[in-house]
Design a binder for this molecule. Structure first.
Ligand code: FES
Length: 170
């Protein structure tokens, strides 16, 4: 009988120890996650604001629109090809550009540039945009989203860490 009592006590003690470990583990996670976020926040902010080259100026012809790509600044080794982010670049004059997200402003399908008609068209629901990215017809509620860009040391650069959205677009 004494053995049963002892086993029962041990079991209860073991259970309470494990419960305490679990509660402490949860508390450590609740405290640790914000601390880790605080430690890594500057690095994330730096990547968000990084200017990334999408090519040298001579790769873009005045009056033409072409596909370009840049490497996602939040790159991790297993990203592979998905780290390359495509965008449409329209060169207006020597220093003036427009850099568009390739995603339709309706539901995000990939829009394609048709140089013959000078229109961007979306294959999903027929959204159409003019060469300057403004909405021409179809369901998109607005024009294409644009990246912030700058010309630096002969390169066209975008803020690739900030995907253009309603908040981030030019
Ligand atoms: Fe482009 Fe709907 S996703 S028109």
């Amino acid at each position: 009988m004494a053995t049963n009592f002892s086993e029962h006590t041990m079991n209860r003690r073991t259970f309470l120890n494990r419960l305490a470990l679990l509660v402490n583990g949860i508390a450590a996670i609740l405290v640790g996650v914000p601390v880790i976020g605080f430690i890594f926040a500057p690095a994330v902010e730096k990547a968000k604001n990084k200017w990334i080259s999408i090519g040298t100026l001579d790769e873009f012809t005045v009056g033409q629109t072409k596909l370009a790509e840049y490497i996602n600044p939040f790159l991790v080794p297993w990203d592979g090809e998905t780290a390359k982010v495509p965008c449409w670049v329209r060169r207006i004059d020597e220093q003036k550009f427009q850099v568009f997200a390739i995603n339709c402003a309706h539901l995000g399908c990939t829009v394609k540039w048709f140089a013959e008609s000078e229109l961007f068209m979306c294959p999903c629901h027929g959204g159409v945009y003019y060469a300057d990215g403004s909405r021409a017809s179809g369901p998109p509620p607005r024009g294409l989203f644009e990246y912030k860009y700058r010309v630096e040391n002969g390169h066209l650069e975008v803020r690739g860490g900030r995907l253009p959205t309603i908040q981030e677009s030019v």
